[in-house]
Design a protein around this ligand. Structure first.
Ligand SMILES: [Zn+2]
Length: 509
């Protein structure tokens, strides 16, 4: 899902930019020290690639949000359990009360997450409403939040993170409102560029990213004798575009995100967020795809991944179920699709799946989010159908803080619900790095449908070897994607040694 940013916070969101530690730029990624005392649990230990669909504000745990709110002296309204700025007037309580008062703490946790949410309740509305309730907390500390999320990913044996934020959103909004809308998109783009206006927003976003980077490195103790695991996890930012906005605001956020992706290696892509079933999102869906189609001609190196098909019958009128994914792929130029749950309602869906398989458009699947928001799981979920049609699938968390899950739970569900065994789980993890927006060439052959076979200078090496020959070592040094993939292959070797009983052919996984 995607955060709904309260409008009163948009100005403050300029601070919500990104960072990227040394690992974002430098070629070699240092190895994290091994975690001591890890239990020999199959799903915890399993290497799990990267998380490619993760909203930063929805990814942090609710307990951590309470900690941040307490540190900042924020208040929480007693009726709607919404965080607000101090002073704590009538109808509010200090956020710190959620640390000392168990009943109030439980109230906050239930309001800001899916904890204890009844199975017959409106999960869609409750899930989306959480972002407005904790929004006053999250814009203040993107660096600390990233440290928490990156540490969690590293602890789950992940090797990479792409997380979504809204860079310089206040400045982008102001520029959009000043320029206004022009249906001639080329002219609209020129107006944004005039007098360096869009570049000023780009500069603000990059400065915010620097600030966030500093906060992250401090929070994760990077550069100290005892750095957190987060310091060793490469990550990239995906710029969110609020799809419920006016056309000029949507277009401006798209242009900003794509320009950033071409000018700052910490940013890689854009994604449309907010409910796909919202009135404006539905009304302007094809327009948004045309905007992306145009902007891709201006920013060919910027990546695009799109929430599409996060829909079910009854949530929207039947016609709206029939074209979103196809439009995202064919007009919106999406290289990955988030959710894609409604695919079997698309017109000529088998041909759409053939097209996606042919173009290698991956689907980002967060099982728990889909169950909580759309009530779709198990056989009703198109996960197995995508796989049968050769469409790449990657597991992701979406908003693990709101869902109260970790990526390990997504892999466990893939195994329990669809009977996947170790080789298939391993390939899901591999797919998530292969379809990442990490720079450089990857380790594998182009057509992975025939299996993960290394190509190029590392073809004859033992994958993940600690001492690859010079030719391969040089290739890895030049190509961050292959380098991260190599690290995961090394982890698979260690994993297979520890879990030999379950991973060998005929084993019970
Ligand atoms: Zn999402």
């Amino acid at each position: 899902m995607c955060p709904v940013i309260p409008s009163h916070l948009l100005g403050a969101l300029s601070a919500l930019a990104l960072l990227a530690p040394a690992t974002a730029h430098a070629a070699p990624v240092p190895l994290a020290p091994p975690a001591p005392g890890r239990p020999a649990d199959f799903f915890t230990d399993l290497p799990k690639g990267g998380d490619l669909h993760n909203h930063l504000s929805g990814a942090v745990s609710t307990e951590f949000l309470i900690e941040l709110a307490t540190d900042d002296g924020l208040c929480i309204t007693t009726d709607t359990t919404t965080a607000v700025a101090p002073p704590c007037g009538p109808g509010t309580r200090p956020a710190g009360d959620a640390v000392t008062d168990a009943a109030f703490r439980q109230q906050v946790i239930r309001a800001w997450s899916m904890q204890d949410f009844p199975a017959d309740g409106n999960g869609h509305d409750h899930f989306f409403a959480t972002f407005g309730k904790f929004g006053e907390v999250t814009w203040r500390h993107p660096g600390r939040m990233l440290a928490e999320v990156a540490n969690t990913a590293a602890r789950q044996n992940q090797f990479y993170l792409e997380t979504m934020i809204s860079p310089a959103s206040g400045q982008a909004r102001d520029l959009a409102d000043k320029v206004g809308y022009d249906a001639d998109l080329d002219r609209m783009h020129d107006k944004l560029l005039a007098q360096g206006a869009l570049d000023a927003v780009v500069r603000q976003a990059r400065a915010d990213a620097d600030t966030t980077d500093t906060e992250f490195r401090t929070a994760a103790h990077c550069g100290t004798p005892r750095p957190d695991a987060a310091c060793f996890l490469p990550y990239r930012w995906i710029s969110q575009v609020a799809r419920l906005g006016t056309p000029e605001r949507v277009f401006t956020q798209m242009a900003l995100g794509m320009r950033l992706a071409e000018r700052d290696p910490r940013f890689v892509a854009v994604n449309l967020v907010q409910p796909e079933d919202g009135e404006v999102a539905l009304r302007d869906y094809r327009l948004h795809m045309r905007m992306l189609n145009y902007l891709k001609t201006q920013y060919p190196k910027a990546h695009i991944t799109l929430h599409a098909g996060e829909l079910v019958p009854g949530l929207v009128k039947p016609e709206d179920l029939t074209f979103h994914i196809r439009e995202a792929v064919q007009t919106g130029r999406a290289e990955r699709i988030g959710h894609g749950v409604s695919v079997l309602h698309e017109d000529r869906w088998p041909s759409l799946m053939r097209d996606m398989a042919g173009r290698r458009v991956a689907v980002e699947v967060p099982f728990h989010s889909n169950e909580q928001i759309l009530r779709v799981s198990g056989a009703a979920h198109p996960f197995a159908t995508y796989r049968r049609h050769g469409v790449p699938v990657v597991l992701a968390t979406d908003d693990p803080g709101v869902s109260r899950i970790e990526i390990t739970d997504e892999y466990r569900r893939a195994a329990d619900m669809y009977g996947l065994r170790y080789p298939e789980l391993r390939d899901l993890a591999r797919a998530s790095l292969e379809h990442s927006f990490l720079p450089g060439r990857g380790l594998w052959n182009d057509d992975i449908r025939t299996g993960y076979r290394p190509v190029g200078p590392c073809a004859d090496e033992r994958q993940g070897s600690g001492r690859p020959a010079d030719r391969c070592a040089g290739f890895l040094k030049r190509n961050l994607k292959a380098q991260v993939q190599w690290r995961q292959e090394a982890a698979f070797r260690r994993f297979e040694a520890t879990h030999a009983r379950t991973t060998r052919p005929g084993g019970n996984r």
